[in-house]
Design a protein around this ligand. Structure first.
Ligand code: ATR
Length: 269
């Protein structure tokens, strides 16, 4: 059986093994896909050990995506633009890396949810690694404009500069400088995970706005969006499954049926 793994710290919560096993089962196959808790100072050694032991492919999650990027000898364009790698494999003896987070988000928004991005005014909350990972694929969809708003304003501005000149206006500002409304608000503030979102003005959204949280579950951001009567809201479960599907395609050359897996996970949630 082929060996796969996801590296992170913490990692016990990861749903990647379940998702990849469900994908493989669609072809009547099984994969050995494990969670590996890498020590904070021992990621590179764990990855080397995994691949010398015959590992076929690995996913990488928080906090190792930037380290994975540094380790790779061959990088896909999406990984370069993200400055981070979430998918690893070996080819011709070289460690290769890609980043499937951005395409996962875009596929969920445009294909699963059928929310059009063209000409929309997009607000992204947060300016960390997760945002950098998705900006390239987002800009490829030609939204009307993208505003990155962050508690630390300079990080938002720096990120906007990195992604300037791609044919879409990209700006950065502080959370306290925001003026709405926006057509689409994407939340990537990691504080949302533990329920402590910063206060957001209700004027950011109106009854035509759509709100997407890159985290899955009943998040404080989505509760806020519903209280403000957003037109539609979605959590990041679809993104999670779609980024996994893209990694699965890289390793196996075959695209799984993601909707069946999203439905399965929702039912079990
Ligand atoms: P990730 O990989 O999830 O993006 P990260 O790179 O650590 O994680 O980025 C975390 C993001 O959440 C940042 O935008 C951070 O804002 P700062 O750049 O100002 O630190 C944001 N964030 C985390 N806790 C926050 C809080 N309590 N209020 C506002 N923003 C917060």
């Amino acid at each position: 059986m082929q060996n796969f793994a996801v590296f992170g710290n913490p990692i016990a919560h990861s749903r990647s093994p379940e998702i990849h096993q469900l994908f493989a089962a669609q072809r009547g196959e099984q994969v050995d896909y494990r969670r590996i808790l890498a020590p904070l100072d021992g990621f590179a050694a764990e990855v080397a050990h995994f691949f010398t032991g015959g590992g076929r492919g690995a996913n990488v999650t928080v906090p190792f995506k930037e380290q994975a990027y540094q380790l790779c000898e061959v990088l896909a364009e999406r990984a370069r633009s993200a400055g981070a790698v979430n998918t690893l494999w070996r080819q011709d003896g070289k460690l290769c890396g890609d980043n499937t987070d951005g395409i996962g988000l875009i596929t969920d928004i445009t294909t699963n949810l059928e929310w059009s991005l063209s000409d929309t005014r997009v607000l992204i909350l947060g300016a960390g690694g997760a945002v950098r990972g998705v900006l390239g694929p987002l800009l490829n969809e030609r939204p009307g404009s993208v505003l990155i708003a962050n508690r630390t304003r300079d990080k938002a501005r720096d990120l906007a500069l990195i992604f300037a000149g791609r044919g879409v206006p990209v700006f950065g500002c502080g959370l306290d400088e925001l003026r709405g409304p926006f057509d689409l608000v994407i939340n990537a503030i990691s504080a949302g995970l533990d329920g402590t979102m910063p206060p957001l003005a209700t004027t950011l959204i109106n009854d035509k706005s759509r709100c997407y949280d890159m985290v899955y579950g009943d998040t404080p951001f989505l509760r806020w969006a519903n209280q403000c009567h957003a037109a539609a809201t979605a959590d990041g479960l679809g993104m999670l499954v779609e980024q996994a599907a893209e990694a699965f395609y890289i390793w196996h050359g075959w695209r799984p049926d993601t909707q069946a897996v999203i439905n399965h996970l929702r039912q079990g949630a």
